[in-house]
Design a protein around this ligand. Structure first.
Ligand SMILES: NC(=O)c1ccc[n+]([C@@H]2O[C@H](COP(=O)([O-])OP(=O)(O)OC[C@H]3O[C@@H](n4cnc5c(N)ncnc54)[C@H](O)[C@@H]3O)[C@@H](O)[C@H]2O)c1
Length: 327
C-alpha cells in the first residue's frame, strides 16, 4: 500500500503554515501532490495563500514548473480543520520548534489519518526518537528536514528515530526525488542530524574567532563565502579533500584540531543580540544592523539567489561525473 511513489497518487498534508510550511506546500504542489494545508493558528489563514501563490508564480517564471499558479492552486486546500487530513498518505508537521506544541498537533493528526500513513516532522533539532514517543504509531514517524526555501533547495534529510521503520525512510527517499531533492537518509538518529552538526561546528568556531579578536564578523563571513562558498555546491567535504589532496589535510589535522573551540557555552555575541530582541534581517537587527530598506533588499536578494544557485546545483548533481561517463 505504501509503495506508491507517484506524487499524483499520494495525497499529502502539511500542518503549520509559517515560513517553511508555505514553501513545503509549494514544493509538493509542483511535484503533483494534492495537498491539505492545515493552519493550526488563525494567523496562518491571513498569509498562507498569498505566500504559497507567490512561490508558485515565481517558480513558474523561473522555469521550475510548467504549470501556472492557477492550475497548481486548484490542488491545495487551506483549512483550519484537521479532519480534512483524512485520506492523506503523508503528513508533514511544520509547527514551532516546541515539543509541547508538536505533541498536541500529533494527537490531532493521528485522530484523523490511517495508522499506516506516514507522519513526519520538519524539526530542526528535536531528536526524532523523542518526538515519535508522543505518537500512537512511532514506527511510521520520521524526520523530514527541509531547508528554506523548500521549493528551490536540493537539501532534504530523512531521519529515522530509534523506533522508525527504516523501510519508510527508504520510501520517502525515493519519493523525495520527485520533489527535486538530492536527499540524505539518516538511518540512525543523532542530535542535530547531519547538517546541523556540520554547520554548528562551523558557527561555534566563527563565534570563537570574533569573540577573541582574531577577525571581525565581516571578515569571517567573507572568508566563508569565498572559500567554502566556491566549492560546496559542487562537492561535499570528503570529495573536496579528494580533489585537493588528502595528505595535506592529514598533516594539518594533527596540529589544528587541538586548537579548535570546543566550548559548550552559548556565545556572548549571540546571547546579547537575542536578549536585546534582535532577530536578524526579520527585524533589521542581528550581527549586522540594517536600515529597513536594506533588510528588505537582503530578503529579496536571498530569494533571487536561491533560484540562481538551484540552476547551478542542477547543472552539477552529485553524480555529475557518472553522467558525463554515460553511466
Ligand atoms: N526556518 C527555517 O529555516 C527552518 C529550517 C528547517 C527546519 N525548520 C523547522 O520548521 C518548523 C517551522 O519553522 P518555521 O520557520 O516555518 O516557523 P514559523 O515561525 O514561520 O511558523 C511556525 C508555525 O507554527 C504554527 N504554530 C504557532 N503556534 C502554534 C501553536 N500554539 N499550536 C500549533 N501550531 C502553532 C503556525 O502554523 C506557525 O505559522 C520548526 O520546527 C523549525 O525548527 C525551520
Amino acid at each position: 500500500m505504501q509503495q506508491e511513489i507517484d506524487p499524483t497518487k499520494i495525497p499529502a498534508g502539511v500542518v503549520g503554515l509559517g515560513l517553511m510550511g508555505c514553501s513545503i506546500t509549494a514544493c509538493l504542489l509542483m511535484a503533483g501532490h494534492k495537498v491539505t494545508a492545515v493552519a493550526p493558528v488563525s494567523a496562518d489563514m491571513e498569509h498562507a495563500l498569498g505566500r504559497i501563490k507567490n512561490h508558485l508564480m515565481r517558480s513558474h517564471h523561473e522555469g521550475l514548473t510548467e504549470y501556472t499558479h492557477e492550475i497548481l492552486l486548484a490542488n491545495v486546500l487551506i483549512t483550519e480543520d484537521y479532519e480534512k487530513l483524512k485520506g492523506c498518505r503523508l503528513v508533514i508537521e511544520c509547527t514551532l520548534e516546541n515539543p509541547d506544541i508538536k505533541k498536541a498537533v500529533y494527537k490531532k493528526i493521528e485522530q484523523v489519518i490511517e495508522p499506516d500513513a506516514i507522519l513526519t516532522s520538519n524539526t530542526s533539532a528535536i531528536p526524532i526518537s523523542i518526538l515519535q514517543k508522543y505518537t500512537q504509531h512511532p514506527e511510521r514517524f520520521l524526520g523530514l528536514h527541509w531547508a528554506e526555501p523548500s521549493h528551490t533547495t536540493r537539501f532534504l534529510e530523512i531521519i529515522c528515530g530509534e523506533l522508525s521503520d527504516v523501510s519508510k525512510g527508504e520510501y520517502l527517499y525515493a519519493v523525495s526525488h520527485f520533489w527535486g531533492k538530492e536527499p540524505t537518509l539518516v538511518r540512525k538518529d543523532i542530535r542535530g542530524f547531519i547538517t546541523n552538526r556540520l554547520m554548528y561546528a562551523m558557527y561555534r568556531e566563527a563565534f570563537y574567532l570574533v569573540e577573541n579578536g582574531y577577525a571581525t564578523v565581516e571578515d569571517v563571513d567573507r572568508a566563508c563565502r569565498n572559500n567554502a562558498g566556491y566549492w560546496m555546491t559542487l562537492v561535499g567535504v570528503f570529495r573536496w579533500m579528494d580533489l585537493t589532496g588528502v595528505p595535506a589535510y592529514h598533516n594539518v589535522l594533527k596540529d589544528l584540531f587541538p586548537t579548535l573551540n570546543n566550548s559548550t557555552e552559548i556565545p556572548k555575541l549571540i546571547d546579547d543580540i537575542v536578549k536585546e530582541g534582535g532577530k536578524g534581517v526579520a527585524n533589521a537587527k542581528g550581527f549586522y544592523d540594517y536600515t529597513p530598506e536594506e533588510a528588505k533588499l537582503w530578503e529579496e536578494t536571498f530569494t533571487e539567489f536561491s533560484y540562481d544557485i538551484r540552476r547551478l546545483a542542477l547543472k552539477y548533481p552529485a553524480d555529475v561525473v557518472k553522467k558525463k561517463l554515460g553511466k
